[in-house]
Design a protein. Structure first.
Length: 532
């Protein structure tokens, strides 16, 4: 398999992120005495500045980390909740038959800032203020705009949902910055500095929170200061499965980490091996995806509102029943439609002391709601758009309820020691990419860079105009693979050679014998894996 770049190898620390400035910031924090947790927060904050089309400080956050001191894996759910006034009846009484996709009514409480502080205080070494400093510097002094950001802003400016508050920040003077120009975001720098100086309370109980609620009121939103003040992130127990000698970890609901675990575990008894491009192998993976996504739409939501225990959905007997539905010679009819829009950042960090962090953060649907809190540069997510207004739906909106999330950081251990730290952006494509990269690493024996570079597929509705689900495949798949899948009943559609639809994946493999950290980064973005 041809690689776009070599594996990054280092002993003291590695950060892999979808933008090189973020990877560099995290590495610099470790070189200054910080650990992988400090580095991950620093890289995340920089991405809030330099990659605003996929993440922002008004979004949500999930973290999976291994703490060497306690020899344990921890999971943080830093996703926000719906306002207390949000009910299906309210939306229907105000003329809505479905949840609004954009605007203030699609916004849920942002969880990022609280998540940063919680993980920094518990596991970091240098403190939140030092982790935020690189992002503050880039926001104040400016950073070089690449073609991905420039093209994204140009595309967004054509969209009706993009509010003037967003345009004022990211299209100063009424136009998108061109590649090679500097972009400054002083409003966001102001907010990050306030958070560095005053902590999370300035966001949820203070100046920034008051500005958010005032903006919400102007736009007819439902937020109150109580909605923000009562928000808190949660330490949760991660879900895991055994798979061919490894134990793979994902976040529990309200994420769809369970979906990724089902997709991977369903494959185990098929003993996938040989050629990653073999249509028979891809067929098995796609069929497992269909089954897992059917369960996702039926059951997954805020765990306080779920009607099925997640353990039931990972039970061996249950999975064997589901596995029996897979036919080796014929594709199943689609069981549930899906969306494959990318809207997220993922990064990972590991240090020479044995700590490892898998971190994912998002606005949702690109820039989220299309809104920025005036004067503060805080992009507001639109995760509330994922709720349903159907009272019988598992994910129906309710006061202070968390919606089902597509964000899933992951990690895998072998012999009870962390070996793979991995994740990706990609919306509904995330569990599909998890399945592909884990099988590339474990079943096909690829190194981390080759596993990320390998041609990818995503099954689902890639575009709103698609009449049915298709199997989107990068053009690097050979003709015989496409022909074989077509013969099995799939509907392949070729995309680009390295398509952004296929997500931005990042990963680190830890050599358990000598401690070497081996990083891989995705050529589909401005990614870099940097070590020292």
């Amino acid at each position: 398999m041809v690689q776009t770049r070599q594996v990054t190898m280092a002993r003291h620390g590695v950060v892999s992120a979808p933008h090189y400035l973020a990877s560099q910031a995290g590495t610099r924090i470790m070189m200054a005495g910080g650990n992988a947790i400090d580095a991950a927060i620093a890289a995340n904050a920089v991405l809030n500045v330099v990659y605003p089309f996929v993440n922002g400080t008004g979004g949500d956050l999930f973290i999976l980390l291994y703490d060497a001191k306690s020899d344990n894996i921890y999971a943080l759910n830093a996703s926000g909740r719906a306002p207390a006034a949000a009910t299906p009846d309210w939306f229907k009484a105000n003329g809505h038959t479905t949840m609004p996709e954009r605007g203030i009514l699609s916004v849920s409480v942002p969880g990022v800032v609280d998540g940063w502080q919680m993980v920094s205080e518990r596991f970091g070494r240098l403190g939140l203020a030092k982790s935020l400093q690189p992002a503050i510097t880039y926001a104040e002094e400016g950073f070089g705009v690449g073609h991905i950001l420039s093209d994204s802003i140009k595309g967004l400016l054509k969209q009706d949902f993009i509010h003037s508050s967003w345009r004022d920040v990211y299209a100063p003077g009424g136009r998108a910055p061109e590649p090679g120009e500097l972009l400054k975001v002083p409003e966001l720098a102001r907010s990050l500095r306030l958070i560095a100086e005053q902590g999370r309370d300035v966001f949820y109980k203070g100046e920034i929170g008051r500005a958010l609620v005032e903006f919400s009121n102007q736009l007819g939103g439902l937020f109150t200061m109580e909605d923000l003040a009562e928000h808190t992130s949660e330490w949760v127990e991660p879900l895991s499965i055994s798979y061919n000698g490894y134990r793979i970890y994902e976040l529990p609901p309200n994420t769809h980490g369970l979906t990724a675990l089902q997709m991977i575990k369903l494959l185990e008894k098929f003993n996938i091996s040989g050629d990653q491009l073999d249509p028979k192998n891809i067929h098995l993976q796609v069929e497992a995806k269909k089954l897992a996504f059917a369960d996702r739409v039926a059951y997954l939501t805020d765990p306080l509102h779920m009607k099925v225990d997640t353990a039931q959905l990972l039970n061996d007997d249950y999975l064997e029943q589901r596995r029996s539905l897979i036919k080796l010679d014929k594709a199943m009819e689609t069981l549930v439609p899906g969306k494959v829009t990318g809207d997220t950042i993922y990064l990972c960090a590991a240090d020479g002391e044995g700590n490892a962090v898998s971190l994912i953060q998002s606005n949702y649907m690109g820039v989220g709601s299309g809104l920025v809190v005036p004067g503060y540069g805080i992009e507001l997510q639109n995760r509330g758009a994922y709720f349903s207004l159907d009272p019988a739906h598992a994910n129906v909106i309710a006061p202070r309820k968390r919606t089902m999330h597509t964000l899933i950081p992951s990690m895998a251990t072998r012999n009870d020691r962390p070996e793979i730290v991995f994740g990706t952006m990609g919306g509904d494509g995330q569990p599909q990419i998890h399945q592909q990269v884990y099988t590339n690493l474990i079943n096909y024996g690829m190194n981390i860079q080759a596993a990320i570079d390998a041609p990818r597929w995503i099954h689902g509705k890639g575009f709103p105009t698609d009449p049915y689900e298709v199997l989107n495949m990068e053009t690097r798949f050979p003709a015989e693979t496409i022909e074989g899948l077509t013969a099995l009943g799939h509907k392949p559609r070729q995309t680009l050679a390295y398509d952004r639809m296929m997500g931005y994946a990042q990963g680190i493999v830890i050599n358990q014998e000598n401690g070497l950290l081996m990083g891989g980064s995705d050529p589909r973005a401005d990614s870099a894996s940097i070590g020292w």
